[in-house]
Write a protein that binds this ligand. Structure first.
Ligand SMILES: *Cc1c(COP(=O)(O)O)cnc(C)c1O
Length: 317
């Protein structure tokens, strides 16, 4: 039944239409492939009401998924840690993601798979009563950093907002507990940062909204060990360092070490290896993109042609 408004003036009618703008793209929901604008979630889904959900994001670059296997491993492991499940096997999930991309026709895509707690028929508070919901979609790929920022390096602020500790929410589960990250980002913008890094209770650096961070000092790379998502791009940096014969450590990284680093970069599937040249409005070293950052970034993109790390999409025409 459609809600009928007696006032037919267009300016009044417009209020009752969906004002949101959607990117092009294809979603999978309840066994069907639909435009992203039509994918919907119930207002009483606990994924929405309680952020009771997990997800993963994988990219498609020039028609091929990058490190899809690692993203699927993490998605299934995240679901297990939250006692969530989907009715699809790993192969079936792969086919769904492939179909979303193939139907969208996108050669460069941002692909997200989501499992929410779902709804329970009686609105029961017991999470075991809920029927878990699965959704996936493919939309055009966007980077955290734009072209100019990639070239000159990002300007990052450090927020004093403490990242949700892993003792509260398991940071190895990719999750939608983002209020600390979002408010940190707002604070970062006020301090003329383009993005933000959050600290932990001890004042060590953790991560930012959807990315991990690395510092380089005297040729050695370091990245925060605890209280962070184990990013697939972070893992890829470890793999690239082995190829390049660079030392890389996962350890506590105090805020001061970030400021005194020779080089800083952030990592995410949405953008890869992104240089940082200013932190809290101070230049990192000479304020230019460093040689190791450049070397790791170049190899990262070269590896997008490496057959072991990619899964080509079969497009329909
Ligand atoms: C997704 C995400 C990252 C980066 O992970 P990748 O697998 O490299 O994309 C880092 N931190 C948080 C909080 C994230 O959600």
């Amino acid at each position: 039944m459609q809600f009928k408004l007696t006032d037919t003036r267009p300016e009044i009618q417009r209020r009752y239409q969906d004002p949101h703008q959607y990117p092009e793209g294809v979603a999978f929901q309840d066994g069907q492939y639909i435009p992203v604008s039509e994918a919907k979630i119930s207002v009483i889904d606990y994924g929405f009401l309680h952020s009771d959900a997990t997800y993963d994001t994988v990219t498609v670059w020039n028609g091929a998924f990058f490190r899809l296997g690692l993203h699927l491993d993490r998605f299934f492991s995240s679901m297990e840690k939250l006692s969530l499940s989907i009715e699809f096997t790993r192969d079936e999930l792969t086919e769904i993601l492939m179909n979303c991309v193939a139907l969208s026709g996108l050669k460069r895509a941002y692909v997200e798979m989501i499992c929410t707690r779902g709804c329970s028929p009686s609105f029961s508070r017991d999470p075991r009563d809920a029927i878990n919901r699965f959704l996936a979609f493919a939309i055009p790929l966007g980077f955290i950093a734009n072209d100019e920022q990639m070239k000159r390096g990002l300007h990052v602020a450090v927020s004093d907002i403490v990242r949700i500790p892993p003792q509260s929410v398991n940071s190895s589960v990719k999750n939608y507990h983002w209020l600390d990250l979002v408010l940190g980002l707002m604070q970062g913008y006020e301090k003329s940062g383009e993005t933000v890094l959050l600290v932990d209770m001890q004042g060590n650096i953790t991560e930012g909204p959807g990315f991990n961070v690395f510092i380089v000092k005297s040729g050695v790379l370091s990245t925060p060990r605890t209280g962070v998502l184990h990013g697939i791009t972070r893992q890829t940096v470890f793999d690239l360092c082995e190829i390049l014969d660079h030392k890389v450590r996962s350890r506590e990284v105090p805020r001061d070490e970030l400021m005194q680093a020779d080089e800083v970069f952030i990592t995410s599937s949405a953008g890869g290896i992104m240089p940082v040249t200013r932190v809290d409005d101070c230049p990192i070293a000479n304020g230019e993109v460093g040689p190791i950052t450049k070397e790791v970034k170049d190899l990262y993109w070269e590896r997008h042609e490496f057959s072991d790390w990619i899964t080509p999409v079969e497009y329909f025409s």
